[in-house]
Every structure is written in C-alpha cells, then in structure tokens.
Ligand binder design. Sequence first.
Ligand code: MG
Length: 228
Amino acid sequence: MRKIEVVQNILEANDFIAAQNQQLLNRNGVFATNIMAAPGAGKTSLILQTIAELKNKLRIAVIEGDVASTLDSEKVRKEVTDVVQITTRNMSESCTLIANMVGHALKRLPLGDIDLLLIENVGNLICPSEFALGEHRRVVISSLPEGDDKPTKYPLIFADADAVVINKLDFLPYVEFDIQSFQNALKGLNPRVEIFQVSCKTGAGIENWGAWLLKELEANKLKPQSPK
Ligand code: MG
C-alpha cells in the first residue's frame, strides 16, 4: 500500500511539472511532440525525415533523450541548430525522460524562435508511457522487424498515443508482419489513433506524416490556452 502511494506521488509531481512545461510552451507558441519507441525502431530517423519535410515551413528544435551516448544528437545537430541532449544514465529515472528533465532542457532553447519541438524519448516501450513531459501530442513508432504483436504486449503506450508510425515498410518482403492485424489490435486499444505507414529509409509516407503534424500544430494554435 505504501509503495503505491509513493509511486502515485512521483507521477503526480511529474504531471504538475509537465503542466508547467506545457504552459511555457504555449506562451511561446511552441508545439511539442513526444516520440517514443523501442530502441532501433527509428526515432532519430523519423526526426531527421520530419526536419527535411518541414524545415521550410517551421522553425524546428529537438530534445534528444538517451541513456548514455550523444550519437543521435550529433546526427540531428547537422540539420538543426537548436538541439539539447539529455543523458539519463545517472538520473533517478534512466529508462524514460521525465518532465523535470525536459523543463531544464527548455531553459536552454530559444523558445520564442521555435514552432515545433521534437522530443526523442529514451528507447523503451514501458517507462515513457507513465511520464507526461508537457507535450501536445504523443507518438509511438513501431517498426516491421519488431513484429506485429507490440500493441498486445505493451498496450499502455499504444492506448495513449495520438499517432502510431509504422516504420521500415521497406522490410515488408523480408519479415512476418501482418499490417492489418497490427492495425486491428491498435484500433481495439485506441480507436481515435492516427496510423501512418512510412519508410524513413526511402521517404515513403513521410509527406502524409508531415501533413498531419502540421495540421495538429495549426489546430493547437486555435485552442484556447489556459490562464497564465
Ligand atoms: Mg535514436
């Protein structure tokens, strides 16, 4: 009983800081997306493709969460100037970003000059689902080589996603992945979820994904913001 109380308090504290982060983002007109996936599903690749697709329309910044290395940040920094790395290895939560870490990263970004903030979460399908960061949309990437059973095995993260990106479509001839059964399982958990099929390698499907992100960003601008 006591343990459950402690866990709830941590999550409540996190939600409080996440709400502060979102207010700060809203005051500055920044739309934030939390990108979650297992390691190797293509979070960095999707971020790079998204930058290529939208950089002429939006000013983009990236927060890179990783357990140990700065490899992904270095790739992203070639494409956008505003990149903040969060390395979680020595932190209390190393399997996910939490709102407090993102709050610190936001202080290091020129928020007034940013339209879209892409947050690459730590590679994990369990921990990130519990911790809001202040994002406006939550996105999960699932790639074909991982298999089509992930929504059934990790329902929490998929049930709460605004969009799911099925990546590595170019692997379809080589792997057992039933796209229809994946989508059926996903819709069963989350009927309102948007689903995109892409290949970050070939660029297939990226246009649709970018158009959705742009539409959601515009819709968020029209939403009445909570009082400061
Ligand atoms: Mg990555």
